[in-house]
Design a binder for this molecule. Structure first.
Ligand code: ASP
Length: 476
């Protein structure tokens, strides 16, 4: 049979082309009549003053300009500062980038398809996985190993991050003048006990519609577990039913995966076009910070986790890395471990040879709670902000950071930029100014791509290590 052009190469080429495309067509902004009408009668009910409206009206018909330029034109003429909401409304409705529009729909379709299958996939995989595990003893053992692995690797990741940020000190002497405090995203905080209580859903359908993953996982674990407790006739029917359902979901997954290169092209090109303006401006300011994050992530991904693979699971780390390429590149492009989950499962099972019993349990849980990249990022970001503000954190405070970073990574949703929001928890815990978030905001979206890949990589390593400890014979 003729060997097909491997998927990970297709994805890689799509990413490269997308970057070129995105850089060639950076976002522009233009006021036309339609944009003007939408701005003044916006759905978000953000009000503009008469003079602002007049200035915007005067811009109708002008050429498309860059993001900075449109804001400058409006504020210079009307001599009024725009609030963050006003700014966002203007940018949203005046965005003019036809070239990106031609292709960004591919990314939207792909992301929607991935999101569509998350909940049924998690449900089927956990229920069938647990029903197949059988006894409570087996489940307890597997659960314990999984949690132990998450704790160990996430802590290792945080320590790696702290090590790098303490050595490189990217925040020392940074120019904070460009911080715009009004840019800080608003955060809603839950206490840790609330988070635990919220795992039990009041209404499972609400959990489904609101994507409350931990609640869905909790329900699925209960359901799967009690399948093993019913009469053998019903047990066999239900186990077969969910096994079959899982097979269907995997088939749908394989089908969607074929679209990955197109989806990735659309997504990455749009991200690059959205960010290019900001990136070039801020490269010199935030370059060292980004490099610190990247170096620490690389160390964790290419040194620490492979050591776990080699010495605990006794598998070939590189072979497993190769097996995971398509999933890792998709994690990179989507910045969402949740959206990547289906690919992660497919790669771990088909390429690395982990049984569905193990992957069906560890991966959905891992995608939601095990985020090494995010944990590392939280620690580096908090320390960076501390350095930028000239705070010297004591060892005790750094220990608080380790613990809160761990909790923040568990609590972060598996969606783009979730980690950024969680940093507020750490900053609050060690009394650092929340305004510091604005400092790292501009490069967060790009760094998110890398940390998400590390999150998925760690989940996959966990599945391999646990499968091996259960005596499975793997392909890596
Ligand atoms: N985007 C990350 C993920 O999905 C979470 C984060 O923002 O750190 O894994």
């Amino acid at each position: 049979m003729k060997k097909k052009f491997a998927l990970h190469w297709q994805i890689l080429i799509a990413i490269i082309l997308a970057v070129i495309y995105g850089i060639s067509f950076p976002n522009q902004y233009k006021v036309d009549l339609d944009a003007y009408k939408k701005i003044i009668s916006n759905e978000e009910n953000v009000r503009f003053s008469n003079i602002q409206i007049l200035t915007i009206e005067n811009l109708i018909g002008e050429e498309a300009v860059s993001e900075d330029e449109i804001i400058r034109l409006i504020t210079a003429k009307s001599d009024l500062k725009l609030s963050l909401e006003q700014k966002n409304i203007i940018l949203k409705y005046t965005l003019y980038n036809p070239e990106i529009k031609y292709i960004s729909w591919m990314g939207t379709v792909f992301l929607k398809a991935l999101k569509m299958i998350i909940i049924p996939l998690i449900l089927m995989s956990i229920i069938s996985g647990i029903a197949n595990i059988g006894s409570a003893g087996n489940l307890g053992r597997l659960g314990l190993k999984t949690i132990l692995y998450y704790l160990m690797t996430s802590t290792a990741a945080i320590l790696t991050g702290l090590f790098f940020v303490n050595i490189i000190k990217p925040g020392k002497g940074i120019d904070k003048s460009f911080i715009d405090v009004s840019d800080i995203p608003s955060v809603s905080q839950h206490s840790f006990s609330d988070t635990l209580l919220n795992i039990i859903p009041e209404n499972i359908f609400v959990a489904f519609t609101q994507n409350q993953m931990l609640s869905i996982i909790f329900f699925a674990i209960l359901f799967g577990f009690f399948i093993t407790k019913i009469s053998s006739k019903s047990r066999i029917v239900l186990t077969d039913l969910f096994n079959a359902g899982f097979e269907v979901m995997m088939k749908i997954t394989t089908f969607i995966i074929k679209l990955t290169p197109f989806g990735v092209f659309g997504l990455v090109a749009k991200t690059v076009a959205d960010q290019s303006d900001r990136l070039i401006n801020l490269m010199h300011v935030l370059g060292i910070y980004s490099l610190t994050v990247l170096a620490a992530l690389a160390f964790h991904a290419f040194v620490v986790l492979p050591l776990f693979l080699k010495f605990i699971a006794k598998v070939k780390p590189f072979a497993h890395l190769k097996a995971m390429q398509a999933a890792l590149l998709t994690a990179f492009s989507t910045s969402s471990s949740g959206a990547t989950l289906s690919l992660t499962m497919e790669s771990v099972e088909n390429n690395s040879g982990v049984s569905n019993k193990v992957s069906g349990f560890t991966l959905p849980l891992g995608a939601t709670v095990n985020m090494d990249g995010t944990a590392l990022y939280e620690a580096v970001a908090a320390l960076f902000i501390a350095q930028a503000y000239g705070y010297d954190l004591t060892v005790t405070e750094q220990i608080v950071i380790v613990i809160t970073a761990l909790l923040a990574s568990v609590g972060a949703a598996a969606v783009p930029m979730a980690g950024l929001i969680m940093i507020s928890i750490i900053l609050t815990a060690v009394d650092l100014p929340l305004a510091g978030i604005a400092l790292i905001l501009p490069v967060d979206r790009i760094l998110d791509m890398f940390r998400t890949s590390v999150n998925v990589w760690s989940d996959s390593c966990g599945a391999v290590i646990i499968a091996k400890s259960e005596g499975e014979k793997l392909k890596v």
